[in-house]
Design a protein around this ligand. Sequence first.
Ligand code: FNR
Length: 358
Amino acid sequence: PPLRKIFCLSDFEAVAKQVLPKSTFFYYATGSSDEYTLRENHYAYSRVFFRPKILQDINEVDTSTKFMGAKVDLPIYITAFAGSRLAHPLGELNLQAASYDANVMQMVPKQNSYSFEEFFSNVPDDQNQWMQYHFDTQEELDNLDSWVEKSSALPSAKGLFFNVDLADIGNREKDSRQRASQPGSEYLNEMTDNQFGSHPKITWSTIERIIKNTHLPVALKGVQRGEDVVIAAEKGVSAVILSNHGGRQLDFSRPPLEVLVEAKQMLREKDLDGKIEIYLDGGVRRGSDILKALCLGATGVGMGRPFLYAMSGYGEEGVTHLFNILRTEIENNMRLLGVDKIEDLNESLVDARSLSLK
Ligand code: FNR
């Protein structure tokens, strides 16, 4: 269908399911083991309701905010994921171009389908990007400092994100079952995030070393409990992303929205609230989901699969359309909530008692 018939993010998924080879769609869409976490990531949002304010003097709605000091026009970012070129021949360059035009933060994956040089020769100096990294081998860990130096020197880089949820690869059973049923789809292994080497040891001291070696804010991706957010804040980490890798790692990990509530409580108890920014990803599909997370204390919200689906059908234009849909949903929902600035979103605007922790 033409883009004007795409009204919400799940419409993109329906198109992707039709246009992508089954093996690619399965690689994108599935989670680990019995997919409890994959489902709960999304359903957690349906356990939070709004408490709108009436009769507010609402002016032009402003959706801009700051992510670790960088000004962005929407409180969302494109998270890091492998396999973009399976969706569209231009892969990550679609994401780069559309996010530049919309002034949205792009997290650049280590598993980029382009080489470092190829990709960054296309990136304008005034683009906002976060560099995502993880270590597959001991050799990569040994070369950490040169990578940090190279990435920190990029004018577009506004932060370095390190995965802390990849001590092993999740049990992607549904994806494996699909591959086994379809001889030839092993080619996917070449391009996806399923190849891991010797699992080098990454500890808090690795992170402390990185912080010492860059002028950029350093952040952790894949934090899953409040205690670790507290440690990160104490160690001078600038931000955490509460994430279970989109339900692809440990099944029965909790939805990030619940972890957010726990983390905020623990930071307050330790007098550390405000010392660290909190982001989250997983299952976010509506402007209302984004606003719920911001009300509960997140600075921004990431999305993965929706961008893969948007690119599958429509390339860069699809990604731009996705931003337009979310901008419209966010502005509309903010007006109905009685709020015209992101900084005015707060806990009083939601009823989160049905989240298991409240
Ligand atoms: C991912 N994700 C991911 N994360 C990461 O840090 N490095 C990676 O290489 C990948 N690869 C990857 C591939 C695919 C196909 C998906 C769907 C996801 C996880 C990603 O960054 C993010 O945590 C989730 O995608 C968020 O969940 P939603 O928005 O997809 O529900």
